[in-house]
Design a protein around this ligand. Sequence first.
Ligand SMILES: [Ca+2]
Length: 183
Amino acid sequence: MVVHMANGVHSRQSKLSQEQLAELQKSTHFDKKELQQWYKGFLKDCPSGMLTKEEFQKIYRQFFPFGDPSSFADYVFNVFDSDKSGSIDFKEFICALSVTSRGKMEDKLDWAFQLYDIDGDGKISYDEMLKIVEAIYKMVWNEMIWCRSANHHANIKLLKVGSMVKLPEDEDTRRSASGRSSA
Ligand SMILES: [Ca+2]
């Protein structure tokens, strides 16, 4: 049971240690109980403790069974994999989740910017924008057709695409937006 905290959580331990919890609590918006729950879920889907690109695509395919989410999943994977090691460990996973679900508006925008800035040069080119839009289109198009014919929920499905797919519901945006508008 080896734990490499310097580079994140790499072990197969069934629970996070107090030390790991304290570190993750500092770098995320989750409390200890939530962190343990997410860790348990992460290990269930990913017993090795390291999520590969293929596994990540598989998760997306569960949510978009009628489309082809592989390209979009790859782009999202690259943002999650912040140390560019080719796999996502629990720390990378939970940090990305924290930003996209509970982060400040600025942090969410930074995160989204990284998604579009595929080559990481600090700018979003026309080609990069096109690649992401194409990837989203490939992922949802059949899904939309299916939804429209099945239950007229196409618009709802479309709205969900913007929220990075099945991450937990955005908890903070509405609050911060209303705070801002009243200022
Ligand atoms: Ca990594």
